[in-house]
Design a protein around this ligand. Sequence first.
Ligand code: ZN
Length: 111
Amino acid sequence: MKRIMTSSDRVRDCKSLYSKRSDCKSARTGLNHEADHALRELTDPIQKKKDLMRIDVQYGNAEERRVIEGSEQRTAYKHGEIEEGEITRNNHNGYRYEMNSSITTVGVLEW
Ligand SMILES: [Zn+2]
């Protein structure tokens, strides 16, 4: 029997990322982070490759620093996930958690 996917299934499939509990970012902000990497692959592949090879103690490599300190901060701010002057995270680490939707940072076990 074929099972039809419901909206609650999609919600359960949503995953967000946080490096510590107070540093949540939504899946849509995470998607933008990955899109930034992908865009650079199309527009500046040589420098991206160099930056991936350049070790950065805090973020792992220079490409991650560029994205996390750049578009990730602007996106999270525009999504209302951080206040002006706050940051989403200061590393490239994080834990995945289940959330209510792809546009929120509220976990399924929170209300
Ligand atoms: Zn990244």
